[in-house]
Design a protein around this ligand. Structure first.
Ligand code: NI
Length: 184
């Protein structure tokens, strides 16, 4: 397992549409190693998700640390290969987002509150799940990376883009705002 260098905003790899992985590629040593390295890199930098382009690999692969559920108490890390997203509830919710590729910044982004994701897992098996609220935002943020989109592209009001320190001093959402925090 190796910690890989994280690409930062401005690097062209973050702006490309990543290519699909072929089902037979998923279990290759190279891709399994990439998954292990992404896991190590995400944990090292304290992220809750990471997409392959963030470690300079332009393939449709992302990892998210999902909170353990009642059905899968031990399972927290989910691997998404070739994911497709479908909006189930268009009502939007706002979160202050951050990103390992956009360090030291936070921005307020509104996204649909409920989505369904279909994908292949790390064994190449078809899976799908429904994400709501916080998780819906995390999933959409990570899958955006596979399309060359960064959270800053989705900020509607540029006065809601702040450095981390100023965000913590002046922008922290109040409970009555109905706005959440996402972090990196
Ligand atoms: Ni990100």
């Amino acid at each position: 397992m190796a910690i890989r260098k994280v690409a930062r905003m401005g690097h062209p790899v973050l702006r490309k549409v990543a290519r699909d992985l072929k089902p037979e590629e998923i279990q290759s040593a190279e891709i399994q190693q990439l998954i292990e390295d992404m896991k190590a890199t995400m944990r090292e930098y304290g992220g809750i998700g990471i997409a392959a382009p963030q470690v300079h690999e332009s393939v449709q692969l992302a990892l998210i640390d999902l909170p353990p559920s009642a059905e899968e108490p031990g399972q927290s890390l989910t691997v998404f290969v070739n994911p497709k997203i479908k909006v189930l509830d268009k009502e939007e919710q706002g979160y202050w987002e951050g990103c390992l590729s956009v360090p030291e910044l936070r921005g307020l982004v509104f996204r649909p509150r409920k989505v369904e994701v279909s994908y292949l897992d790390e064994k190449g098996k078809k899976q799908s799940f429904v994400a709501e609220d916080f998780l819906a935002t995390v999933v959409q943020h990570e899958l955006d990376h596979l399309q060359g989109i960064l959270f800053v592209d989705r900020i509607e009001d540029m006065t809601k883009l702040a450095f981390l320190e100023e965000y913590q001093r002046y922008c922290l959402p109040k409970p009555e705002d109905g706005i959440g925090e996402l972090g990196d």
